[in-house]
Design a binder for this molecule. Structure first.
Ligand code: FAD
Ligand code: N01
Length: 543
């Protein structure tokens, strides 16, 4: 990008830029960078007071990524990946946020980002083929292109439990954590939720609190993270190897720099299988999923991994009743997003930790003094909701988006999200959704998926400008065919078997049950997007 191109985009930005991006996390920041390079004036509207998205909001104790640092990062700038020094295998939230702030400074992004700006409405004007956006504070913008970079996991899911407003202690959602932190010393703390977030936060809160009560609805599988410092020599090796690492990520199923083994879990002897699992358990992290090719497609194969983890839970947790409660039985391993942990199961051996099975005895209400399950009131000073997000569709439906004919996205998606390639929605011209439903998004290492989407959108907008096209819209037919394909691919896997999964929308009462991400694999999907662009965009109509 030349300085003059960059300067030109600034001069033309304002309330009528060429493009508006909503969100300034990994997605929105890179989208801004790419659009500027194309010479488009671009404004990013961001509700938070800083960049970072997920890493701005999720400041709970123990928050860190579980993709490994060296590849949970942008690949678009070799100078950036060579210069930045990661300190740990899985860096903590402050380090990731520092990285994203560094990116914002390094590429001079802030001057086109309007912080503290929540977009409430977006309307497509069919007479001008432009989007008009309104913010909560009453400001208005119009732009030819609208790119949503609102995140898949950014709308906090706070359960509607009767009595929450009467609680006399403090309560928090992990995805809206106070910036000044929370002092749990000497406090009786409750945590609701044992997903990836709960599993990270529980061991850290247990060390700080006088007593911790965990309210568990669904027992979860977890594999040790085996975090540790990234030594200089290892980092040097990674940096020298980046071209290959990035190539492998793009050629993989999940955007990670390792490939899933080609062998079946059922083709090796039980002893050999155990050795393979033991060795993956020692290495730790998400690679455990890659031990065998059929863990997500063959129930009998999956049973071997599920049983292995169950045996580890029984070995680790001293009290047999607690171990039994912590042992997942209602879904196969990795059909819900698999967490990784640091001393999660060990935490239940502490004297100051108790576990309440709220599937057996549901939470009835929150009282001024604590949480009531059945006849028991668990007295608490602080209550932490690690209850996840209204995933994928929540952040988009949080905005009143209206396309052609004034039709709202909410109406269009009443029975579940419909998209073409997870990139566009029929009836919503010139709107692009980064990591939207129907794309691999949350089933991948997300920066890989984000870069692929941003590059495709940038290429497409460049195509439109090069051909003097002002309007692009997915066809209903292409959208319907893609929807069928997304469904069919999910049904070839075990993923839909986890009936309480947020992949299916099952964690939010009343949300349509439909498997939302694309399970056909990142590399296949990216190839398909490229084919569509190379072939002149079949399935899209231009004007
Ligand atoms: P986000 O980072 O969610 O950013 C979206 C932004 O849009 C937010 O800043 C939000 O404020 C803004 N926004 C939304 N709606 C509006 C509106 N109406 N008006 C204005 N602004 C709006 N993924 C991995 O691949 N590996 C990991 O290890 C990993 N760890 C994670 C850990 C946690 C705790 C969580 C919650 C998620 C994790 N993820 C991980 C997923 C993570 O969300 C993505 O990796 C990535 O950060 C998403 O970036 P994004 O820019 O697309 O969205
Ligand atoms: O949310 P979740 P999360 N009463 O939805 C329970 C990413 N992430 O924030 O399973 C009682 O997974 C709910 O129970 P159930 C990652 O993609 C990544 O933990 O619905 N319990 C579940 O136990 C992840 O998957 C990282 O029965 C209630 C928990 O709350 C995604 O974000 C770290 C309840 C929610 O689990 C979301 O993870 C953190 C209720 N009313 C997050 N409502 C890393 O990569 C919900 N629950 C490290």
């Amino acid at each position: 990008m030349t300085v003059s191109q960059d300067q030109r985009s600034t001069d033309r930005s304002g309330t009528e830029p060429d493009a508006i991006v909503i969100g300034a996390g990994f997605s929105g920041m890179y989208m801004l960078h790419r659009l500027r390079a194309l010479g488009l004036s671009t404004v990013v509207l961001e509700a938070a007071e800083g960049v970072g998205g997920t890493w701005y909001w999720n400041r709970y104790p123990g928050a860190r990524c579980d993709s490994e640092s060296y590849y949970y990062s942008y690949s678009f700038s070799d100078e950036l990946q060579q210069d930045w020094v990661w300190t740990e295998r899985y860096p903590e939230q402050p380090e990731i946020l520092r990285y994203l702030n560094h990116v914002a400074d390094r590429f001079d992004l802030r001057r086109d980002i309007r912080f503290g700006t929540t977009v409430t409405r977006a309307r497509f004007d069919e007479t001008t083929d432009r989007w008009r956006l309104d913010s909560a504070s009453g400001e208005t913008w119009t732009a030819r292109y609208l790119i949503t970079a609102v995140g898949c996991l950014s709308a906090a899911n706070i359960p509607r439990i009767p009595g929450l407003d009467t609680f006399e202690g403090q309560w928090f959602h992990t995805g809206r954590w106070p910036h000044e932190g929370v002092d749990f010393a000497g406090k009786r703390v409750g945590v609701v939720g044992t997903g990836s977030t709960g599993i990270q936060a529980i061991p850290v809160i247990a060390e700080q609190a006088a007593h911790l009560t965990v309210f568990q609805r669904t027992a979860n599988y977890s594999v040790p993270a085996r975090n540790g410092p990234l030594e200089d020599a290892a980092l040097r090796e990674i940096k020298a190897d980046y071209p290959e690492i990035r190539r492998t990520q793009r050629a993989s199923t999940n955007g990670h720099p390792f490939l899933i083994s080609e062998r079946s879990a059922l083709e090796v002897s039980p002893q050999r299988r155990r050795e393979i699992y033991e060795s993956a358990w020692k290495v730790g992290g998400l690679r455990f999923r890659a031990c065998f090719q059929d863990l997500l497609t063959d129930k009998a194969a999956n049973d071997t991994a599920s049983d292995f983890i169950r045996s580890k839970i029984r070995e680790t947790v001293r009290d047999p009743d607690t171990a039994a409660t912590l042992t997942p039985t209602d879904h196969p391993f990795a059909t819900k997003r698999p967490p990784i942990d640091t001393h999660y199961f060990e935490t239940y051996n502490r004297d100051n930790v108790s576990l309440v099975d709220v599937r057996r005895t549901p939470i009835e209400e929150i009282t001024p003094r604590g949480v009531r399950t059945g006849q028991d009131v668990h007295e608490l000073d602080c209550l932490v909701f690690a209850t996840g997000f209204d995933a994928l569709t929540g952040p988009l439906l949080g905005i009143d988006i209206r396309g052609t004919g004034g039709r709202s996205l909410g109406e269009k998606w009443a029975e579940g999200p419909k998209t073409y390639l997870g990139l566009q929605v029929a009836g919503f011209p010139n709107m692009f959704t980064i990591t939207g439903p129907g794309s691999p998004s949350v089933l991948t290492n997300m920066p890989t998926a984000i870069e692929q989407h941003v590059d495709w959108i940038a290429r497409t907008i460049d195509h439109m400008r090069g051909h003097r096209l002002v309007r692009m819209e997915a066809s209903e037919q292409a959208e319907a065919e893609w929807g069928e394909h997304v469904n069919e691919v999910a049904n070839r896997t075990l993923l839909p078997m986890a009936s309480s999964s947020w992949y299916l929308g099952a964690n939010v009462p009343g949300k349509p049950r439909i498997f939302m991400p694309y399970a056909g694999g990142f590399a296949y999907y990216a190839g398909r997007c490229d084919e569509v662009a190379d072939a002149g965009y079949p399935g899209f109509a231009f004007a």
